[in-house]
Write a protein that binds this ligand. Sequence first.
Ligand code: ZN
Length: 385
Amino acid sequence: MPYSVSKLTDFSTRALDEAITDVRDALREEAVAVSDQTQFKVHRDRWLARKNGILTQIRDLWLKQAPPEARAEVGKRFNELKDQVENILQTQKMELELRAAEKVASKRIDTLAEWKSMALGPSVDITLPGIRRSLGAEHPVIRTMHEMIGVFRNLGYSVEEGPEIETDFYNFEALNFPPNHPARDTQDTLFIAGQESKPLRDRLLLRTHTSPVQIRTMQKMKPPVRVVCPGKVHRNDALDATHSPIFHQIEGLAVDTNITFCDLKGTLDHAMKAMFGSSVKTRFYPSFFPFTEPSADAQISCIFCDGKGARDGAPCRNCKASGWIELLGCGMVDPNVYGFVDYDATKVSGFAFGMGVERIAILKYGVDDIQLFFNGDVRFLEQLG
Ligand SMILES: [Zn+2]
């Protein structure tokens, strides 16, 4: 029997209490039968509709009919009841919306369960372990870079970084590669197109080495300077087992008063021992770089055959039986370079060195193809991770 509002004859507090309790009980009872949003709309209208809703009827039959002496009390009770009814209906509305949203969400879980049953067969074995999200690991190139940075940090070097898209000035000119100098040809450069209208020194290119960071550092810092500059560099090299158009370098620069070639040799010898083990020896060969004078290539004794040139009775392939592996370029900073950064070449001296990170990672991890570092095969990375 649905609730209907009847006239009040007794307006005493007790009678009002009873009547209001009946209203609230009726609302709760009817709410139980409401199970979706369509039903709720009907339910809400039955109670709140301005025309003939239950609250409107109560106002008409109780409040408007109340004798003058009871009207204030009935009015107060009516307003309380109205607030309660509205609150109860509002709460119910939110619950129904939440339930509807849960239904949508659980539909997706159903789909996942369907997928699982397809993958695992008709029944799911709940004793199977859960699906573990595998942890990432540092990429071997980045790890090698961090190890090398760590070695130089311990020597008091700080880390500097710079842009990968550089101007001709920073990549070449300030490093003592004059325009049209043949040394530029040793670094196959990728230029940004459409800049013919700019002066040569402002034209943009992908940096071919991290040396521009050394120039930028010296421009903003006065000596003493001790920095390492790690980063990605680009050259127009065809892809093969030892070449990649993208690779990483770590360069170092130390400028101070009275820095000599002995400091360079001692520093690099220490760094190579820290990286490859204390039994590693280093040696230096004359070389040429536009930005250092004198320049050298540094070699380390082969870590695969301990510098013997042979392994297991056969010539060592890693050092081509020479017992030495070429690892980096270095030299004393050419005084011309100081001219570009406003250092006094008569007062300061310094050394610089640079090495390819992939080359070191190849040696450290025994990788035989540089492309493995970049083609994103997770199996390769898992072996080294
Ligand atoms: Zn060897």
